[in-house]
Design a protein around this ligand. Sequence first.
Ligand code: BJW
Length: 259
Amino acid sequence: MPSLDPTLRVARRLAEIERVTVLTGAGVSAASGVPTFRGRDGLWRTFRPEELATPHAFARDPRLVWEWYDWRRQRIAACSPNRVHEVLAEWSRRYPRFRLITQNVDGLHERAGTQHVLRYHGSIWDVRCAGGCARDAWLDVRVPLPDLPPRCPRCDGPLRPDVVWFGEPVDPRVAALARDATLCDVFFTIGTSAVVYPAAGLAHEARARGAMTVEINPEPTEATALVDVALQGPAEDVLDALDRAVCKIAGSSSARGAS
Ligand code: BJW
């Protein structure tokens, strides 16, 4: 007997459940023009993470780190949400228990109107004091900053981007909420190479807790062998097709119910 088309298999499951959790990575913003880290034109092909994305790098040369983040912010500011962000925003309204965990710092899920977003690695649009007071500080970081590094208005210490660098812990409250969200019916891992921990461990946890696990990525990743269903292709195409299949199933079952 031929096996069920994998997209249809996932669509059928989505049509009958309520708890959907999605983990996203840089690949979901690729179609918007935001560079990934490890892809063909990824940031880590040109820049060295240890010089730009560690607390040690910031302590050594805060200006260099800020110039890089300033450049990235200007680039992201010119990008708009794509079909992946739109579908997930729609799902966040459709599923009563939807959670989105994003490793991305670009804010495109929020701009698309997604509810219940957990920013696992922080936000490129927020800053906090790296000096004595260790507080959040307001700063309009959508425009290029005149002086780098910007200074904390309270203690005059250097401000830093409010993102999670290598060697730093994820905010314990965010980590706990993300762990809670692994208790779900379907867990998606979309557009991530699944090499960075602890984020990559969430799919393992979801599987151990009984979720159907689904990956969407054009390339095989560290997660591919682990998941129940791997849907290969750009997320903007695969997710669009999946959403159409779910709507079709939901439409035909409500039509049956009405007749
Ligand atoms: C498409 C597509 C399309 C393309 N559609 N898909 C062993 C050695 C050394 C260290 C470690 C180790 N094991 C674990 C660690 C620790 C380390 C780690 O995991 N390192 C590994 C790399 C080895 N982790 C950490 O340090 C973390 N903290 C930690 O462990 O704390 C412990 C601690 C406890 C107590 C006290 C102190 C510490 C923190 C990790 C922080 C990661 N930070 C960054 C930068 C964030 C800020 C910024 O943006 O500047 O987060 S690095 C970067 O990687 C960024 C991303 O969120 C993250 C993940 O990348 P992602 O999203 O997967 O992107 P890519 O580029 O890798 O993949 C893109 C994918 O998209 C590809 O698969 C494409 O195929 C696909 N794609 N087009 C769908 N159209």
